[in-house]
Design a binder for this molecule. Structure first.
Ligand SMILES: Nc1ncnc2c1ncn2[C@@H]1O[C@H](COP(=O)(O)OP(=O)(O)O)[C@@H](O)[C@H]1O
Ligand SMILES: [Mg+2]
Length: 252
């Protein structure tokens, strides 16, 4: 996948406006011209120099890195660096990206999540994370490799618990964690995050594991006791024992 991205063509905002490019994806799904112009103005104000484009059936359109329920994610250029540009969908449940940007920025304070570079009402410009999704990773790698990555993800989830930021979607982590080739996991998508709810990142991620790679261990008494203890008290000693238990069960 990264190979395709490497050869991607980038067009400046001026070229996007002038060339025969179908820009309706910038205002998905409504495609309103007014919103497309607004998004282009915001991109310009943020200093985004270009957007990756791809050709399909003879027509150019912005290359889509990923499509979510809140946003459409494109590849952009900021100071000659490739960045991920998340543009709010016109049918998103919340009108702006402000809160999501705040939550991503908060996660960054403990070095979690893609780096937040810039944001505006409809756009978040952040670090582009290359790699495979956790779902792909856990179906193709050895249990030892998975255990190692899971321990790193749990550490990040624990840091989020500590700063009282609930990610909100870690009980289904399949598409929300990207593993880079060097073995670094990145938790993406802070669209459902909250600083009001009691954080349950470690327990939500563990419940995802129990539904996927730890299915046969779902009744393991040590694991269940530790989960219960951690739910009651988010204490470091309990956390470390829980992490070691999870890693041991996966690698076994
Ligand atoms: N920083 C990023 N780097 C690379 N790909 C990303 C990044 N952020 C999002 N994506 C891709 O875009 C998809 C949708 O983004 P996501 O933040 O989950 O949107 P939504 O909030 O609408 O669900 C993701 O599943 C992923 O494939
Ligand atoms: Mg998402």
């Amino acid at each position: 996948m990264s190979q395709i991205h490497r050869h991607l063509r980038f067009l400046s905002l001026k070229q996007l406006r002038e060339k025969e490019v179908d820009l309706s994806l910038l205002a998905y799904p409504s495609g309103e011209a007014g919103r497309v112009s607004e998004v282009l103005r915001e991109l310009e104000a943020l200093g985004v120099a270009g957007i990756g484009v791809a050709e399909s059936s003879g027509k150019l359109s912005p290359f889509l890195l990923g499509k979510g329920v809140r946003g459409m994610v494109f590849l952009g250029l900021l100071d000659e660096t490739r960045v991920a540009v998340k543009v709010a969908r016109t049918d998103a449940a919340v009108p702006t990206m402000e809160q999501e940007a705040t939550h991503l920025g908060k996660a960054n304070t403990v070095n979690v999540g893609p780096r937040l570079f810039k944001h505006s009402p409809h756009i978040i410009v952040m670090e582009y994370v290359e790699g495979e999704t956790l779902a792909e990773f856990i179906t193709t790698r050895s249990r030892v490799e998975i255990a190692e990555i899971v321990a790193k993800i749990l550490d990040q989830a624990y840091l989020l618990d500590k700063i009282h930021l609930d990610h909100g979607q870690l009980s289904n982590s399949s598409d929300h964690i990207i593993i880079s080739p060097g073995g670094k996991p990145t938790i993406i998508d802070y669209s459902h995050s909250s600083q009001q709810r009691r954080p349950r990142n470690v327990t939500a991620f563990t419940s995802y594991l129990i539904r996927t790679i730890l299915r046969e261990r779902k009744n393991d008494p040590t694991l269940l006791t530790l989960l219960k203890q951690y739910k009651e008290k988010q204490d470091e000693t309990i956390y470390i024992t829980l992490k070691e238990t999870v890693a041991r069960l996966i690698a076994a």
